[in-house]
Design a binder for this molecule. Structure first.
Ligand code: ADP
Ligand code: MG
Length: 622
């Protein structure tokens, strides 16, 4: 045999190429919406069923296609947006590669109807697995409609990789937001399984942001505007108080295209330095316009990553634009992020003179004396509620080696809740060779150091506490069921619209965890019952953390809502780096940690402790 190389048939080649362009239903929505915008549509409607897995329908009132173009558009590398290689350096349309429709048609069943304004009749094309099955004249409106059914019907392996309806729908919603935000002049509507999710009328950029994210952020938008001869930056940042633990409300648009850029993100984060705590992410909606020849969009099939000719300058201009905006709107640094507002003095005009702190030392208190242990069953949860008495006890027995300054700071420390530590000394010494009542030492308000038989154990305090709380909550939710406590007065909490939609979706799960709530307005929920484990003033932060974590986990197929709730609770209630812990708190922490099922890792998979062996130390002193 002299020839073993064969040219692939077009539909096979398209199927392979589709792997790059179409990962999930959301990719199709993105491509179809972009085509509609490129066709000059002023109204775009999106209908999906089953998270887009069953069907996606996109209708636009753009310029439509001729009968010939109606079949050509499904061919690979067929585009009206580019004709010479030179055009690649001056792209003003969303699409230009001419592969989207070919790819979509290769892996789904597509019906397209299209008509130009000047034509009497339009064209209808049915295409399946890349082959045109039917083409006929059709009576239809000016514009184009696509119906994409049964995604991956011919590639079961890829169909199996699709996630649940909810997850796919959230990906679609993300894409919808990205395009609707950057084209506020276009009307958009989005229906999922026949119910309307978004109906957006033409508006300004700021109004569009509020239409999508809800009134909650209306007065939290800080305008950004900067112009140099070549670059224009405009948009909004969210006030630092809306900074989130997870990335979410972060949008960069370059020449009207949503892009992801870690370096530009860093530019914004850098400008926010000192205004938001480490680990939180600022929110922003930034539009950057620059000459098309200064960017290269053609480095990624989905066109969400681009290359800038002069990234350094852009970074600097962006950073200064944000700093300027923050300065102009007098957003001053908040210095102490770990401050507990409930401990703030009440400045109601009465007692403005500095009060001398009073410390009552309970000389008779002996931490090593057996105290009646709370019953194991109720321990972790009741302890949150009886906080004051427990921390007062700890406070009065401060380690005398601590500096005065730290002694006062202990008030700021979140009280820890542990089961009686003295119940498990045997277990503890067995596990790690530690003597529970020996010294521990807090280093840099971050680590707890304690000697072991063979060296030194360095424990990360915040991760350790997260692990302890996580296991406690998980145990409680799975074994004992989550009880609910009724609130005296329903509590209204505002959320963004996408958050409300998510809360609605999760409400059965939240109900089983002890939350009782109903949607009271399009921007708020009214909470009437909460899990017994949490207190009312933690509620808003907790729910918002929970939603954040949930959204962050959306790509994982096997997350459980209980698990996410336990993680969120552990994260928001755990002691943080920067908290001073008393000797007893440190000992409690060590003991309880080593009674955990998985003490080595935090609930987020990070190391909780390290051992420095004596041999390691000896080697350093050779
Ligand atoms: P690209 O957008 O990269 O050109 P596509 O495969 O997405 O490639 O589309 C191929 C061509 O089909 C486009 O260049 C355009 O001419 C035409 N087309 C696609 N969608 C529409 C639409 N909604 N309205 C009018 N023309 C369209
Ligand atoms: Mg396109």
């Amino acid at each position: 045999m002299t020839q073993i190389i064969k040219r692939l048939e077009a539909h096979v080649a398209n199927q392979i190429a589709a792997g790059e362009v179409v990962q999930r239903p959301a990719s199709i929505v993105k491509e179809l919406m972009e085509n509609a915008v490129d066709a000059g549509a002023t109204e775009i409607s999106l209908y999906i069923k089953e998270g887009g897995k069953l069907s996606i329908e996109l209708i636009d009132n753009g310029h439509g296609m001729s009968e010939t173009d109606a079949s050509l558009c499904f061919e690979r590398h067929a585009t009206s947006k580019l004709s010479t290689a030179q055009d690649l350096f001056n792209i003003n349309t969303k699409g230009f590669r001419g592969e989207a429709l070919a790819s979509i048609a290769a892996i789904a069943q597509v019906v397209m109807k299209t008509k130009r304004e000047a034509d009497q009749l339009g064209t209808e094309v049915h295409i399946s697995g890349g082959r045109i099955e039917m083409k006929k004249e059709s009576v239809c409106n000016t514009g184009t409609s696509f119906t994409v059914n049964n995604l991956f019907y011919n590639i079961p392996a890829r169909r199996n990789f699709l996630k649940s309806k909810q997850i796919e729908q959230r990906h679609i919603t993300d894409e919808f937001h990205r395009l609707a935000l950057v084209h506020p002049e276009i009307s958009f509507s989005f229906y999922a399984d026949d119910s309307p999710l978004f109906i957006l009328k033409p508006s300004s950029f700021a109004q569009r942001i509020v239409q999508i994210f809800g009134k909650k952020i209306q007065d939290k938008l800080v305008p950004v505007s900067e112009e140099t001869p070549n670059i224009r930056i405009e948009g909004f940042i969210l006030k630092p108080e809306l900074a989130k633990k997870t990335k979410g409300t972060q949008f960069f648009f370059v020449n009207h295209r949503f892009i992801k850029s870690s370096s530009l993100h860093f530019g914004v984060v850098n400008a926010f330095e000192g205004l938001i705590p480490k680990g939180l992410h600022p929110g922003y909606f930034i539009q950057i316009s620059l000459p098309a020849e200064q960017i290269d969009i053609n480095i990624h099939p989905t066109k969400t990553e681009i290359k800038f000719e002069d990234e350094h300058t852009l970074f600097a201009i962006l950073r200064s634009a944000i700093k300027h905006a923050l300065g102009q709107y007098q957003i001053a640094p908040v210095l102490d992020f770990d401050r507990d507002p409930s401990l703030d003095p009440s400045y109601n005009g009465v007692k403005l003179a500095g009060a001398v702190p009073q410390i009552s030392v309970d000389a008779s208190f002996n931490p090593f004396e057996a105290t009646p242990a709370p019953s194991k069953k109720s321990a972790p949860f009741q302890t949150y509620k009886s906080q004051s008495s427990s921390w007062e006890a700890l406070y009065s027995t401060l380690d005398h080696k601590q500096s005065d300054h730290e002694a006062f700071r202990v008030e700021e420390t979140k009280p820890l809740s542990f089961e009686d530590p003295w119940e498990q000394p045997a277990l503890f010494s067995e596990v790690s060779g530690l003597d529970t009542q020996t010294n521990c030492f807090q280093l840099h308000k971050k680590y707890i150091l304690t000697p072991t038989k063979s060296g030194v154990l360095v424990i990360h305090q915040s991760r350790a506490h997260q692990r302890i709380l996580y296991e406690e909550f998980l145990h409680h939710f799975t074994h004992e069921g989550a009880g609910s406590q009724q609130l005296l007065f329903p509590k209204e909490i505002t959320f963004t619209r996408p958050e409300i939609a998510l809360l609605e979706e999760l409400s059965p799960a939240l109900g089983s965890l002890g939350f009782q709530m109903s949607i009271s307005t399009p921007d708020a929920v009214s909470v009437t019952g909460i899990p017994v484990a949490i207190s009312e003033n933690q509620l808003a932060t907790l729910l918002s953390d929970f939603l954040d974590s949930f959204q962050n986990n959306k790509t994982e197929a096997d997350f459980s809502q209980t698990d996410i709730l336990a993680k969120s609770l552990a994260k928001s209630m755990g002691v943080k780096t920067g908290s001073v812990l008393s000797l007893e708190e440190q000992q409690h922490m060590i003991n309880t940690l080593f009674a955990c099922k998985e003490p080595t890792l935090s609930p987020f998979g990070k190391s909780v402790f390290h051992t420095i062996s004596q041999t390691d130390l000896d080697l350093k002193f050779l």
